[in-house]
Design a protein around this ligand. Structure first.
Ligand code: BES
Ligand code: ZN
Ligand code: ZN
Length: 463
């Protein structure tokens, strides 16, 4: 059983006063103390989990704490865990967060390790006084969200030899069939007919064929005027192409499809939670490779919108595939768009690994996404997107160049996408710094984070 211990609070149970007195238990955030043979309770062990200052405690803190507790307990071969929340804390928001934290904390990126003795929990229960159907529903919602996020994390973690564009499309088809979503996959010929020259220019360097995944959710009662489009970058591996990346750390570029995987994860949850608004995900999948067929710096491609693009740098490939996917999403009837992409190293320089870079061409849309991100504890920071930046993308030979100069790289990348979102209310999320966690944390393993799945689902649910 896990019990929360707040800093400086009195706690009479389980022999805790003595431990508090001695300084062993302080209630500091994420402090974990395992008590054996606790007094006055049937559980064999009680985990005193530090919850920090009572006045600062919130759902994100509980999410982390549940994750840390589960990760700690599984190393002790514990199989069944009950988290006890007193009535003051037994709100829907906290119950969802606790379930999410436990499921997210349980995830390990060790699928391909064969010799490890893998430890996992059998069950995680939240016990509340006087539980209600509201609280039970919140637990179920938490489970759906966290499992969707882990689905995304599993996809992102797949190496590029085992997750090619076609295999990513297969994974989307399987998920869609399991959750009664429509799924369609456009192949190279279909995309060529649609005139997706920007996307196909990136794909042409690889022996792996491209795929454009479209997954549709339609509400049972269809009276919504709005139609949300979720567009995610699906570069299954980014070598940089002819503008090749340095070898050091290149292995991480298997996560360059995290935006696309987030959209598929969001659809998985949306299928179960059934928002009132129709939602369609578009995931352009390609592998960015150098080779004799690869596009060259200086090549000019014609996008589906008709705009011509000078490809100055083949490593700025995400914006090229998104240009066509955004245009296609509009053509398919989407009235509001969100894209997520591991788009630029520059956003990591600007914001580090803590905030998603958010860019919007519409205040209402920006506010909706920021509100959803705040409610879900996925931090996002509003970035500028002023028309003056467009000058950075001038090309003497085509309508637009695919890179700006040296400075403001995340903004010029967003500015490029803005040209293709046009007048449709749109938010761009640059997740290059937040989709991957570089070091193990007490509450979550290193590897894919599953950001921004929860925000996207809430955006649809709160529409
Ligand atoms: N996938 C990368 C962005 C990236 C960089 C993601 C580091 C995660 C970590 C993207 O395709 C890219 O290569 N962008 C270039 C753009 C540049 C050529 C204008 C970059 O950020 O360096
Ligand atoms: Zn690149
Ligand atoms: Zn990339």
């Amino acid at each position: 059983m896990i019990v929360l211990v707040f800093e400086g609070a009195r706690e009479e149970r389980f022999g805790l006063p003595e431990l508090i007195e001695s300084g062993e238990v302080t209630g500091k955030s994420l402090e974990l103390t395992l008590l054996h043979h606790p007094q006055g309770v049937l559980a064999k062990r009680v985990l005193a989990a530090g919850a920090g200052k009572a006045e600062e405690f919130d759902a994100p803190e509980l999410r982390r704490l549940a994750g840390a507790a589960v990760r700690f307990l599984k190393t002790k071969s514990v199989k069944k865990v009950v988290l006890a929340l007193d009535s003051a804390l037994a709100k829907a928001r906290n119950v969802s967060a606790a379930v999410e934290g436990a499921i997210l904390g349980s995830f390990e990126p060790d699928r391909y390790k064969t010799d490890d003795d893998k430890k996992s929990l059998e069950s995680f229960t939240v016990a509340v006084e006087g539980g209600s159907s509201e609280v039970a529903g919140a637990a179920e919602r938490g489970r759906i969200l966290a499992e969707a996020q882990n689905f995304t994390r599993t996809l992102v973690n797949e190496p590029a030899n085992l997750l090619t564009p076609l295999l990513m499309a297969e994974a989307a088809r399987k998920m869609a069939a399991e959750f009664q979503l429509e799924c369609e996959v456009l192949d190279r010929e279909q995309m060529a007919k649609l005139g997706m020259g920007a996307l196909l220019g990136v794909a042409q360097g690889s022996a792996e064929p491209p795929a454009l995944i479209v997954v549709r959710y339609k509400p049972a009662r269809g009276n919504s005027q709005a139609h949300l489009g979720l567009v995610g970058k699906g570069v299954t591996f980014d070598t940089g192409g002819i503008s090749i990346k340095p070898a050091d750390g290149m292995e991480k570029m298997k996560y360059d499809m995290a935006g696309g995987a987030s959209m598929l994860g969001a659809m998985r949850a949306i299928a179960q939670l059934k928002p009132a608004i129709p939602v369609t995900a578009f995931v352009p999948c390609v592998e960015n490779m150098p080779g004799s067929r690869a596009q060259r710096p200086g090549d000019i491609v014609t996008s589906m919108s008709g705009k011509t693009i000078e490809v100055i740098n083949t490593d700025a490939e995400g914006r090229l595939i998104l240009a066509d996917a955004l245009h296609y999403a509009k053509q398919q009837g989407c009235t509001h768009l969100v894209d997520a992409a591991t788009l630029t190293g520059a956003i990591v320089v600007a914001l580090g690994h803590l905030n998603v870079g958010l860019f919007a061409n519409d205040d209402g849309m920006r506010d909706r996404v920021l509100a959803a991100s705040k409610a879900e504890g996925e931090r996002m920071w509003n970035m500028p997107l002023e028309d003056d930046y467009k000058d950075y993308l001038k090309s003497p030979f085509a309508d637009i160049a695919n890179v700006g100069g040296r400075w403001g790289g995340a903004v010029t990348a967003a500015m490029f996408l803005k040209e293709f979102a046009g007048d449709t209310p749109w938010v761009h999320l640059d997740i290059a710094g937040t989709a991957w966690i570089d070091d193990n944390k007490p509450y979550i393993s290193k590897g894919p984070s599953g950001v921004p799945v929860r925000t996207l689902v809430r955006l649809a649910m709160d529409w």
